[in-house]
Design a binder for this molecule. Structure first.
Ligand code: FAD
Length: 687
């Protein structure tokens, strides 16, 4: 017998359910209720329309009600809001906002996909003009039109989650000066602090200011610029536009009022059925099972909502289908950087009382000898039995591909040992013969075999009484650019002949830039009878990023202190010597600059482009220390740029660069030479 099915919510989950159900049954009567003006639109694309990357508003609309009717025979009712559910009579009370009339509609099955609403804490002044949340097309129109009308210059984004950072990028593209305020001490909650530190380092280098570990206390109306935003620590920021992106809350009101079971979201079975067998629920509104911990979780993502829609439809059509849980696979583009994660992070594992190990590696995105390779940082969390629990990656290319492979491995319950065997695509422009995913498997397996032990950067930073010897095996010039306080520098090539300089009692922590040379040193020490040896997880790259963030408490005022002596002048590009270091990992770029400057006559100018954000933070202090002049630095859309004149002298041909020392300009520099100083190594990744 045909069913009458009412679906509440006409975007990701609701529209998917409706479309799948129609594909399974021609006879069912399907009514899609949507209180807003549009159905099935691309909410994930909204920030990019505001930023101008999506140039036409129409492109946001994946499906129109007319097409839904014509193609799928679905009765779409926009501007129709479900007000209440009468479970006994199996009826929904609906308000038609076009006519103002309320009516009742009966159902055999009811599907709830009402989504989640942006949080708006009751802060004084939060309803002032110029403060927006972003969820719907209407929100987008409001922000877009406000920007067209008022030409805002300064924006504050409150909340550094995925939507907040996407908005920060898009507002920056529109020429606004952006400050991100975040209550947590780091950006992007799915990341661990060490990986988030890499993102923060990059954002600062791009020119996005942050106030981390600091919340908004009050919004004040101001003269001239629209708003003053008072932070918890008393700092007063001015803004013409504020975006609130501090998280979302499942829309559970209808369900709760109808007596359905509700926790943090609507509670459903693995068939996505509520306690009432005639009512299904899905998407951002429901509590799901965290695939890794098995615990209830709220994970608002488009992929799960769409897939659940298919499962709900299958079950209504009588084909039993189960949802096994959400693992939280997600990806973010932030300027040129990609951040992707799957599974859980350290915080969730600790909260759940799960034992785990973690490794951080920094392979190149593809073979270092092929032009355009860029650094990629990959962290993997796994159980003592080798079960993959989560992965996080940060880089510039090939990031999401590695996380997608690891997401598949996690869902398929592969172990870290299995990762070693995965046969993944390889040719130099795409990967290395040992793909970063294989590398993660090798390193994790070494750890589980007892061949390898690490120590996390946080344990060094947060433990002032740390008393192991710290051995820096980088070249002396590298160590001079910055090292861990108290470390002894013995370059790897000299280690075998200088073992006598090391104490045999107590532990030794080895480190280099990214962890490879220090792993070789680790093995030398172990095979020479040193017992307690640890490799610094993620190398100096992670240590320096995290240490910088922790010691400065995410405060841009202290972070930028080394910017003060940067000139805002440039010399004509024609007379400067070009050095393209895109793809080279730190400290490679600084080492190359050092070598090239040595060969140059006094007063000559070097134009450098590098993709590693470490270069952006290191170059100013390097110039200061070595007596060279940093004429300017910036970001040209491809990489971080710096113009350096050899020696201390007056600035030649000063040209104003604009108010911000760091500016993001669309693609002026290419890496066609693809020069990179990386050397191949027997493990398939390069330092
Ligand atoms: P929604 O898609 O939000 O749909 C719910 C609909 O129900 C709404 O249109 C609402 O108006 C309607 N509704 C609510 N109550 C009623 C009622 N009583 N009567 C009638 N209608 C009602 N996820 C990703 O995975 N990747 C991304 O890149 C990404 N980017 C995003 C960017 C933005 C700006 C936003 C807002 C979200 C983004 N998401 C992203 C999250 C993703 O869009 C959601 O996870 C997904 O849309 C959830 O689907 P849903 O059906 O549960 O809810």
């Amino acid at each position: 017998m045909p069913n009458k099915v009412i679906i509440i919510g006409g975007v990701a989950g609701g529209a998917s359910t409706a479309a799948r159900l129609r594909r399974l049954s021609e006879k069912d009567e399907i009514i899609l209720l949507e209180r807003g003006d549009y159905i099935s639109y691309a909410n994930c694309g909204l920030p990019y329309y505001i930023g101008g990357t999506i140039d036409e508003r129409e492109k946001l609309f994946v499906m129109t009600p007319e097409k839904f009717k014509a193609w799928l025979n679905i009765d779409v009712r926009t501007k129709n809001e479900a007000l209440a559910i009468d479970r006994e009579k199996k009826e929904v009370e609906v308000k038609n906002h076009l006519t103002g009339k309320t009516y009742r509609e009966s159902y055999d099955f009811l599907v709830l996909s009402p989504g989640a609403e942006p949080l708006r804490p009751p802060l004084p002044g939060i309803d002032s003009e110029g403060i927006f949340s972003l969820r719907t097309v209407n929100d987008t129109d409001r922000i877009y039109n406000y920007m067209q009308r008022g030409c805002p210059k300064k924006a504050i984004v409150v909340g550094a989650g995925y939507i907040g950072l996407e908005m920060a990028e898009n507002l920056h593209h529109r020429g606004l000066e952006v400050i991100v305020v975040e209550l947590a001490p780091q950006v992007l909650p799915p990341l661990d602090a060490d990986m988030a530190a890499l993102v923060q380092q990059y954002l600062r280098a791009i020119g996005i200011q942050m106030r981390l570990g600091n919340g908004v206390k009050e919004f004040h109306k101001a003269e001239g610029s629209a708003l003053k935003v008072e932070l918890a620590d008393g700092e007063m920021l001015s803004a013409d536009l504020v975006i609130l992106s501090i998280g979302v809350k499942p829309e559970v009101k209808l369900a709760a009022e109808a007596g359905l079971e509700v926790g943090r979201g609507i509670i459903v079975t693995d068939k996505m059925q509520t306690v009432d067998p005639a009512i299904y629920a899905l998407g951002d509104a429901v509590e799901v099972k965290n695939l890794v911990t098995g615990k209830p979780a709220v994970i608002p993502l488009a992929g799960p909502a769409n897939k659940q829609g298919r499962i709900v439809a299958n079950n209504i059509a009588g084909r039993e289908d189960l949802y096994n849980g959400t693992q939280g696979t997600s990806v973010l583009k932030i300027f040129d950087m990609t951040v992707a994660t799957t599974g859980v992070n350290e915080r969730i594992l600790k909260d759940a009382g799960v034992d785990f190990h973690n490794i951080i590696i920094h392979p190149n995105s593809h073979a270092g000898y092929y032009p355009g390779a860029t650094p990629l940082s990959l962290k993997m969390l796994f159980s003592p039995e080798g079960k993959i629990l989560g992965a996080q990656a940060v880089g510039y290319s090939g990031v999401e591909k590695r996380i997608d492979v690891l997401a598949t491995a996690l869902r398929s319950r592969l172990t870290v040992a299995d990762l070693q065997e995965l046969e993944l695509t390889y040719a130099p422009p795409f990967s290395s013969a040992k793909d970063p995913v294989n590398m993660a498997g090798f390193v994790a397996s070494n750890m589980l075999n007892g061949d390898y032990q690490t120590i996390d950067a946080a344990s060094l930073i947060n433990n002032p009484s740390f008393n192991h010897q710290i051995l820096d095996v980088r070249e002396t010039e590298e160590a001079e650019l910055g090292k861990i306080p108290g470390a002894i520098n013995i370059p790897l090539g000299e280690l075998r002949s200088r073992l006598g300089e090391l104490k045999r009692t107590g532990g030794i922590v080895t480190y280099c830039s990214v962890g490879l040379r220090s792993y070789l040193a680790y093995r030398i020490l172990k095979l020479n009878g040193f017992e307690q040896v640890f490799n610094l997880n993620g190398g100096y790259r992670i240590f320096s990023a995290l240490n910088n963030e922790i010691s400065n408490k995410g405060d841009d005022h202290t972070m930028n202190s080394n910017n003060q002596n940067i000139g805002t002048a440039s010399v004509s590009p024609d007379s400067a010597i070009k050095l393209d270091l895109c793809g080279l990992q730190c400290p490679g770029p600084i080492m190359q600059v050092f070598r090239r400057i040595n060969e140059m006559p006094e007063g000559a100018v070097l134009d450098v482009c590098a993709t590693d954000p470490g270069f952006a933070s290191d170059i100013a202090s390097w110039c200061q220390r070595t007596g060279n002049t940093l004429l300017n630095r910036g970001h040209d859309g491809k990489g971080f740029t710096a113009q350096i004149r050899k020696g201390h002298d007056q600035v030649l041909n000063p040209v104003e660069q604009g108010p911000a020392a760091w500016q993001h300009k669309a693609g002026a520099f290419t890496d066609e030479h693809g020069r990179h100083g990386a050397k191949n190594d027997p493990h398939g990744y390069e330092e």
